[in-house]
Design a protein around this ligand. Structure first.
Ligand SMILES: Nc1nc2c(ncn2[C@@H]2O[C@H](COP(=O)(O)OP(=O)(O)OP(=O)(O)O)[C@@H](O)[C@H]2O)c(=O)[nH]1
Length: 346
């Protein structure tokens, strides 16, 4: 049934949202939609506990990788690359959905997912966040606590916000919520819903449009997920766990969306030319990482870039690791970057 081609990047959708907001409900709808289209979806399900209850709801005919007993954005994030690589290799899905725990910090999830690009060819789609509308009003009225901050970050990171559980609202409240959400994240599409009953075909078109618009007009936006450290899983003994550099400092109080560009190289590039390219990277690119082969050196390199500092480490990757660099930032021109990199390849 799968139409997947191993050379094609597998689309990856990240479902973020408050605990109990309706993520699994939405996931079920997305799965039905893809199956009707004759596509083969696969899931990566993350639960802080050791039991995957949502997995039971989804059923066992959909390939699923379980990441249990920890939060995808910290304790078990290292497993994500392996899980996703094996899922793609063994199941060849047409599309993958990651359902993170409601306690996960969205930008941290995104950072973990970009690391996967080093082992598997994936196309990371803009993030969608399910908002529990009734709960949102309550928390917004109180405006305090980690749950509130996390909820704000989930809202700011979403390119699509499903405003769910509107059946629980009183009259006039939906307008109030939409106004608040638009203020917090003017870029997102708002889709009010009961039981996440949005038109999935419309949702998918929206995604294509979002990417198309972003690619054409270079209007990608980076998120304000401002501190990167509000994961609610309670597993951060050491705050440096968030020290992998995606958010700290640069992004306070902007309300834009994260841009990610993964460039898979066709072949080795000249090291000096690559270094010059990196030195000229726009400031809007604040993080990059990848694996590279240079035409003028025999070794391969793990490349890291944060706070405008590049770092190259000789490595001998095990298995079939592609040459790829992932760029993360705000408002940067993906097409221009892609053109420049293609020139380096030529
Ligand atoms: N009233 C109401 N209940 C809803 C709606 N959508 C989902 N629910 C219920 O809310 C509960 C949680 O839904 P899930 O889809 O499991 O939410 P989740 O975000 O996956 O939950 P966690 O994985 O625990 O974070 C379930 O009992 C759903 O039936 C809605 O629009 N209105």
């Amino acid at each position: 049934m799968s139409q997947a081609n191993l050379n094609q990047a597998t689309p990856v959708y990240i479902l973020s949202g408050f605990l109990g907001s309706g993520k699994t409900t939405l996931l079920q709808r997305m799965l039905s939609y893809w199956k009707e289209q004759g596509l083969k979806p696969a899931i990566i399900m993350n639960e802080i506990g050791d039991i995957n209850l949502d997995g039971l709801i989804v059923g066992d005919e959909v390939p699923m990788a379980e990441m249990l007993g920890g939060c995808i954005c910290c304790t078990v994030r290292g497993d994500l690359s392996v899980q996703m690589f094996e899922l793609i290799r063994d199941e060849r899905p047409d599309v993958i959905v990651i359902e993170a725990t409601g306690a996960a910090n969205p930008l941290e999830i995104l950072d973990a997912v970009t690391e996967v690009s080093l082992t598997a060819k994936i196309d990371i789609k803009p993030m969608m966040t399910v908002v529990d509308s009734a709960h949102f009003l309550e928390l917004h009225a109180a405006q305090k606590g980690k749950t509130y901050r996390l909820m704000m970050e989930q809202i700011r990171c979403g390119s699509v916000l499903i405003v769910n559980k509107i059946d629980r609202l009183q009259s006039g409240q939906l307008q109030e919520i939409e106004d608040l959400l638009r203020r917090l994240n003017p870029y997102a599409e708002l889709l009010p819903a009961v039981k996440c009953g949005v038109n999935i075909e419309h949702l998918m078109t929206l995604y294509d449009d979002l990417q198309g618009i972003h690619d054409r007009e270079h209007k990608e936006h980076a998120s304000s997920c401002s501190h990167g450290g509000d994961c609610q899983c309670g597993e951060h003994a050491d705050s440096s766990i968030h020290g992998h550099g995606v958010a700290h400092g640069h992004l306070h109080h902007t309300h834009e969306h994260v841009t990610v560009y993964s460039h898979y190289f066709q072949g080795p590039v000249n090291s000096e030319q690559f270094e010059s390219f990196i030195a000229e990277l726009p400031r809007e690119v604040y993080r990059a990482k990848g694996v590279l082969s240079f035409s003028d050196t025999s070794s391969r390199f793990l490349f890291q870039y944060a706070y405008r500092e590049p770092d190259y480490l000789k490595i001998t990757p095990q298995g079939n690791v592609p040459d790829v660099v992932v760029f993360i930032g705000e408002h940067f021109d993906k097409n221009k970057l892609a053109d420049q990199l293609r020139e380096l390849e030529a």
